[in-house]
Design a protein around this ligand. Structure first.
Ligand code: GCU
Length: 326
């Protein structure tokens, strides 16, 4: 074969999110978390289940630690089909699928049961499929618990304590608006760069769930964890529609089943991980406090008012979520 043509073919193969190696399909799955994190183990479980179901015909290779890119980059790579699958925070997806931004609305969910009801019901399915028009197919949600502030120098007991603090937020407009409404200075930083940003004082504070606070080792730098539980932003497992469409109906069914089973597995890992993380960070000297949520809730009322005035689609979604009963 013409050497130039061979080179182009090799390049195209290397760029593809799903490689067909004689009879075996290999799907690359990238994510931003460390390997000790429960979501990584859930993705490995997904890969094992799919390999078993397909008799070794479909393999998912999981690349952790932003090896293939930040969450935002991974989503873009899925859109062009050069990475096949990912797991990102719904906050990172917000810029690609506007309805998803509803998860960034602070104090929207009453408790875990309410969140599960929404995620596993009609609204959850609608939101997963809302990504399809952006070349992304949502397969399932993973539990990402509740997000709270952690800081380097003082606890956040009331919103006034956020004044003058540079607070790292995810690359999400809703997260920026929330921190601003509470009185802090929001600074978007990619997750993988946050440890250094905290250490070097580029930001003074951040917010996350206990397993991410612990596994990222941010607790080595931030010694105050204030459990205000302002948001419950789930993780989303996505497949590129380009890769999805290359699978036959039977293979699509196996992939969906493997993802659903991994979500059940992840939910169990998650509970244990939250407890372990809270224990370990306190052992390492982190001071955990439980501020009253009322003042934080009041501060973000302006976000609800703004959505009501400017975004009828989101306002309707908020109302449906609020009306979802266990
Ligand atoms: C959570 C979420 C990650 C995300 C991270 C962040 O840990 O599970 O997907 O990267 O928050 O704050 O960026």
């Amino acid at each position: 074969m013409n050497p130039k043509l061979t080179l182009i073919l090799l390049l195209l193969l290397a760029l593809s999110g799903c490689k067909e190696d004689s009879r075996v399909k290999i799907i690359k799955m990238g994510h931003a978390q460390v390997t000790a994190h429960p979501v990584h183990n859930a993705m490995v479980f997904l890969a094992e289940r799919l390999e078993e179901k397909s008799n070794g015909r479909i393999k998912v290779k999981v690349y952790p630690n932003q090896q293939l890119g930040t969450e935002r980059e991974l989503i873009e790579l899925l859109q062009i089909g050069s990475v096949g699958m990912t797991k990102v925070s719904a906050a990172s997806l917000e810029a690609f699928s506007p309805e998803i931004s509803v998860f960034g609305i602070p104090f929207l969910f009453r408790d875990d049961a309410h969140t599960n009801q929404v995620l596993n019901g009609e609204i959850g399915t609608e939101l997963l499929l809302s990504c399809q028009k952006f070349w992304l197919r949502g397969l399932c949600f993973y539990d990402a618990g509740k997000r709270s502030f952690y800081t380097k120098t003082k606890p956040v007991e009331t919103p006034a304590d956020l004044a003058g603090l540079k607070v790292r937020v995810q690359e999400s407009k809703m997260a920026i608006n929330m921190v601003r409404a509470m009185g802090g200075s929001p600074t978007p930083v990619a997750y993988g760069e946050l440890y250094t940003a905290l250490q070097q004082g580029i930001v003074d504070a951040a917010e996350n769930n206990p397993p991410s606070f612990y596994n990222s080792r941010h607790y080595e730098v931030c010694k105050f964890y204030s459990i205000d539980e302002h948001t419950m932003v789930p993780d989303v497992v996505l497949v590129s529609t380009k890769v999805w469409e290359e699978l036959n109906p039977q293979e699509q069914e196996w992939l969906q089943e493997a993802a659903d089973e991994s979500a059940v597995f992840q939910a169990q890992l998650w509970k244990e991980s939250v407890e372990e993380s809270m224990r370990e960070v306190q052992k390492a000297g982190v001071i955990v406090s439980y501020p009253s949520k009322d003042a934080f809730r009041e501060q973000v009322q302006s976000i609800y008012d703004q959505v009501e005035a400017e975004n009828p689609v989101l306002a309707r979604l908020i109302e449906r979520i609020q009306n979802t009963r266990e």
